[in-house]
Design a protein around this ligand. Structure first.
Ligand SMILES: [Zn+2]
Length: 266
């Protein structure tokens, strides 16, 4: 008798034995500093009771962490292809070396960041904000959905411990920014790999995606790579320090919090 699989693949939705997808893939390890005996992840939830933030500190090296989300066929198939396509562009970004990212490079990096963001949501399945259709869109089109925005910065880490932060909220519409949804549909993620500092925002409320901003640092030290705005992005940009990194990691969360706090007037 065969045992039916209890889980479904995050991307193809087929019942399957799920596989671990390393958030920090093995090929990046030679470029990454050993993160020591612990690493930190932050989970932020906006809801009726206000904002709650949990910072979880994990034992062991961040480089080994990754949730089980894809099936073996996805992981070894198209996901491996995304990894291979992005690698030539990612390597200089991760090392902080110079590179000119054209449109193909921006798209390859943005697609890779989107894939990792979608997988990383499975660290906390109750707070998954990205719908199945968007994960399937990534698989079918090998590009981020249009309601995603992705920015990258060149980070010089000192003491800040953040490796990954995820915020999730249920947003009804831009005028009534929260409540009435039984599941999150809006997320922001910050993800650090070596010098590469990626900020991601996506929402089923499209207008929110267009409105969100990274503030002053976003104008000078951060490049938007999705949707593609510039034909070329020259790297490295002016480095982000620990303070910039912390401000940017919370800028999207703070922006949402401010919207929730504003009376809508109707
Ligand atoms: Zn699959």
């Amino acid at each position: 008798m065969t045992t039916p699989f209890k889980h479904r693949c995050a991307f193809c939705d087929e019942p399957a034995k799920l596989t671990k997808e390393h958030l920090w893939p093995k090929w990046t390890r030679k470029h990454l500093r050993y993160s020591g005996q612990r690493h930190q992840q932050a989970f932020i939830v906006w809801g009726d009771e206000g904002t709650t933030e949990r910072r979880r500190t994990y034992g062991g090296d961040a480089r080994n962490s990754g949730p089980k989300a894809p099936c073996g066929a996805c992981n070894g198939g198209w996901m491996g292809g995304v990894e291979i396509a992005a690698q030539p562009f990612l390597t200089p970004l991760i090392k902080g070396n110079s590179i000119i990212l054209g449109e193909a490079g921006q798209k390859a990096v943005a697609t890779w960041v989107t894939m990792k963001t979608m997988v990383a949501e499975y660290f906390d399945p109750k707070q998954i904000a990205v719908p199945l259709e968007e994960r399937q869109y990534l698989r079918d089109h090998l590009r981020p959905p249009d309601n995603w925005r992705i920015w990258i910065g060149n980070y010089e880490r000192e003491k800040w411990a953040g490796q990954w932060a995820h915020g999730a909220a249920g947003v009804h519409s831009i005028r009534t920014p929260t409540r009435n949804l039984d599941r999150p549909n809006t997320q922001s993620t910050t993800f650090v790999v070596g010098h590469l500092y990626a900020n991601v925002f996506s929402s089923e409320v499209r207008h929110l995606v267009d409105c969100i901003s990274l503030g002053e640092i976003g104008k000078t030290k951060i490049a938007q790579i999705w949707p593609i705005q510039e034909q070329i992005v020259a790297w490295p940009k002016t480095p982000l320090d620990d303070t910039d990194a912390d401000i940017c990691a919370t800028a999207l969360h703070d922006g949402l919090r401010a919207m929730f706090a504003t009376p809508t007037g109707d």
